[in-house]
Write a protein that binds this ligand. Sequence first.
Ligand SMILES: [Zn+2]
Length: 316
Amino acid sequence: MLPNIKTFAWRLLRRALPTGLRAGRFSIHISKTCCRCGQQEDEVHLFFMCSFSRAAWFSSPWFVRSDALVQGHSTLHSVIDVLRMRHLYGSLSNICTLLWCLWKARNDFLFHRAKSLPHQVHIAALALTSNVYDNALLLNQTPTPTQLSSNQIPLPGRTLRSDLLADGAKIYSDAAFRTKKIPGLLQGQVGTGVGIFISLPSNGGEINVQVQASAPPTSTPLQAEALALNFAAYLASQLNIAQPTFLTDCLVLAGAAALGNVSTSETPWSIRKSLASFFKTTYQLQPKVFHISREINDVFCCFYRTLTCLLQERWQ
Ligand SMILES: [Zn+2]
């Protein structure tokens, strides 16, 4: 990461960036409102809610609805964590570079009246990093079943471009972090929602099993995802499914689970207990774990849509 972007990121996360709202407290000559739309300018507005930022996030290569992304998050840290976990190229460097370019576009407009378009933010980000859009080029080539070959299967823990690439039983897991939609919860209480979808090949067809469960709240979305994977492993062992492929949309979790060992320095401490249990449950099953992106995968997307509907209907 470039030094000025590091400094910017540090100021942003330390809540020290001179947004309109913050700087306006110190001088009546500084406007507290957004120079583009006139709403109060805090970090969430500037980087995620303003129509300019929303257009930038929604365009290639991110395709993120930033207004939806920030819902339910009280800190920027947790928003960035979600992007890092779930987005194919949500590395800290890529995220901070994009945020810095949004900040620069805002300053150019505010101080120099230099108007830029949302997609120009990406051109600036691309110029600053060499790898931001590498994956985006791959994403545009949606695989079809006839094009698939075994050499497209990545190393375990990496991103599987299509679940059609995996043979045998596939087990998808997902978690709803701090959901209120769990039966029996008192008002104001939250819990972790867990959804598992199992696809078993059977005589030319397939058997599908869907399971929804709930658990006590976890501290982070990552822990919730680890809990879901652990539950998926429990079901696989109970059903005696050999050589299952576990699919999660959490890249950090897939990477950690594929290592097969909790004591490596890359494994986050917060999920080591869940992972230890995952390894213990699955050691005889010869599992594989991959990350799969919701955005690029029709089958997975369908499953998620079904799952989200189910979770909402069942737990309302
Ligand atoms: Zn605005």
